[in-house]
Structures are given as structure tokens and as C-alpha cells.
Write a protein that binds this ligand. Sequence first.
Ligand SMILES: [Zn+2]
Length: 334
Amino acid sequence: MLVGSAERMSDTPSPDTSSPDRTRGRGAPVGDVVLAIDIGGTKMAVGLVTMQGELIDRDQVAVNHDLQADALFATLRDVIDSQMERARGHHHVRPVVVGVGSAGPTSPQCETVSPLNVHAWRNFPLRERLGVATALPVYGDLDAKALAMAEGWLGAAQGRESFLAMVVSTGVGGGIVLNGQLLDGAGGNAGHIGHIIVEPNGRRCGCGARGCLEAEASGSAIEAITGRPPSSPTYEIMQRTGRLVGRAAASVCNLLDLDLVVVGGSVALGFGATFFNSAQEALDEHTKLAFSRGARITPVRLGDRGPLVGAGAVGIRGMHRARRAARSSAAPNA
Ligand SMILES: [Zn+2]
């Protein structure tokens, strides 16, 4: 069982200190959980995450690309209803908040989402729909930022104050935790490492620029460049992808005084040691400042639990912030 501690990370989840209500007899809820939701381009997953970060149940549904927006949401709602039922009936826990990690673009808190590979949802009002479906407060964030929180809470960056987390998959995403705070930026988009330039005058990126990491090293870029799916790569493409990811990561380490980069995603993990060795070599080559020298790049540790644990962390973070805001607005003026 996972029992994590994140006391040093002031804005990310820490162990629940409230005592569970065990006084209402058998079958009554004995603990609070987050209803965690991960929205991706191929599947939508829903799970129950305890305040300690344990994923106690999960279910998922494939994204049916033939459905319109509302019908697609109905397939997600079925999985939500079944997890809510399992929470009460099977686990005797009480969902108290919804946390969402979603493929981008999204607006802050996933008020609306337009996941690139989910064409039916363009400015889809996900937060409102989830609020109506669950009668719970809903907090959301980009999937890569959610994963950064999960890895900092219980994964490869556990207990670290500052690190970069990356997802190298169909696209390339990232999240940055600096001095214990997940960086948001003005519109919540901080951490878009996929658009760091790694090949001047390189391939045209979906964003309009040239030579972005995403245009050179994402799964879809690899397929376009090599004519082969990233699941059957050549040795050279695994090395090159690692090198470019290491190059981009080095810029971020130099910029933000970081020495740990955690990388997940099907492309990076699928390419394995060849990818990580090449990435580490490039990172070594480009981090020469006294504070960035020795920076390390390492695989994520939570595996396929990461996205839902991350969505759980998003829910807990949102809840903590809302409580703080309520307390400060209730405080008498000095
Ligand atoms: Zn770009």
C-alpha cells in the first residue's frame, strides 16, 4: 500500500489529518476519497483516490470518436456513476471532491476542455457537467501537471521541492514544481515544454512555430518522420528522441535551477533504456552551470496509476485552496 508524505510540498497534497467518522455503524462511510478522472485522447478513466494517494478502485471507457459531445459525456457519466456506487456500496468511503486531469487545451480548472484528439469536445463545459453529475466541487488541470503532482507526492520526485515532469507520448507535455509549488502561469499553461525549440528551422509544429520538441520527438512526429508507428522504432529514432528530450530538459534545468527531470508517456517508456541513456547524455552535455551540473533524468515511478493519482492530487489541491480562501475571507480585518 502506498502511504506517502508530502509535507515539504506546501501546495501539493499532504496526508489527511481529519479523523474518519467511524461512529455511524457498519456500512457507513469511514473515509473521504477523491473521485479522480483522467481524460485522454483514447480513453477516459475514473478512479477513487484516498487522501493518502492510494488508488482503491478504477474503471475506464474508450473514447468513442463517432459520438457527439453529449453522448460522449454520457459514456463517461456511466463510469462515474458506477465508481460512485462502488465507493459507497463496496469500499464504504465517501467521495467529497472531483479531481480531473485532462489532455489540453483546457481553460483553468477544466471549466472548458478541447482535448486535441477528442474532436467532439471543443470548449466542452466539463466542470459544470461534472458538478451536475456528482453534486461535488470539481477541480481540474492539464494532465501533465497532474502527473507532476502525482510523481512529487508519491513517485520518482517524492519529497523533492523542485523538479520538471514530462510526458512524451502522442504529444509532449510537462509540469514544473518549483519550491513546492506547481507552476500555473497566467492561464494555467505553465510547463509546455513541448514548444521549446530543439531544432532551429526544423519541422513545422501544430502551434505554428518550427522545430519545437513536440514537432520532432512526439509520437505523431516520429510517425510522420519515419513512416513507422512509435511502437516499432529504429535504434536511431530512440536515440534521437532521447537526445532532443534531454536537450529541452537541459534548457529548463538551467533556467529554473532544477536537477531532476521525471519522464513518462508511452513513447519515452516504450523506448526504455536507449531513450533514457541518450537523454541523460544530452542533459549532461548541456547543463554546465554549477547549479545544474549533475541534473538527472529518470522514468516516472507510478506507472499507469500516475494519471489517476495525479487527478486525485488536483482534487485535493483545489479543496485545500478553497478552504484557505474561505478562511481568509472569513478572517476579521486587522
Ligand atoms: Zn510548437
